[in-house]
Write a new protein. Structure first.
Length: 95
């Protein structure tokens, strides 16, 4: 088995842990694929970085296409997280 296949298996294992409540990963959301109508993208955080996993629904389950770290999604979700934290801080100061 090549090093690349081992790395991919490790990430897919971490996705499975994320879906089933693993402690190193955090499920972030599911988005529509920007270019393919038949696909969705699973978004999760692993070791402080946002990962994207395009997938399709099939008759016998879900088929994971690939996995990659996404700078674009990281910017989106960091901005969203900072906005949520600002709202929480604002409500705390109002109390």
């Amino acid at each position: 088995m090549t090093k690349a296949k081992k790395v991919i298996q490790l990430y897919i294992h971490s996705i499975a842990q994320c879906i089933h409540g693993g402690n190193q990963t955090k499920f972030v959301g599911i988005r529509k694929h920007p270019n393919r109508d038949d696909q969705r993208v699973l978004v999760y955080e692993y070791k402080g970085y946002i990962w994207a996993v395009p997938f399709v629904f099939e008759a016998d389950g879900i088929f994971l296409k690939t996995i990659y770290p996404s700078r674009k999604l990281k910017k989106i979700y960091q901005k969203r997280r900072s906005n949520e934290e600002n709202k929480i801080n604002e409500t705390r100061t109002l109390d």
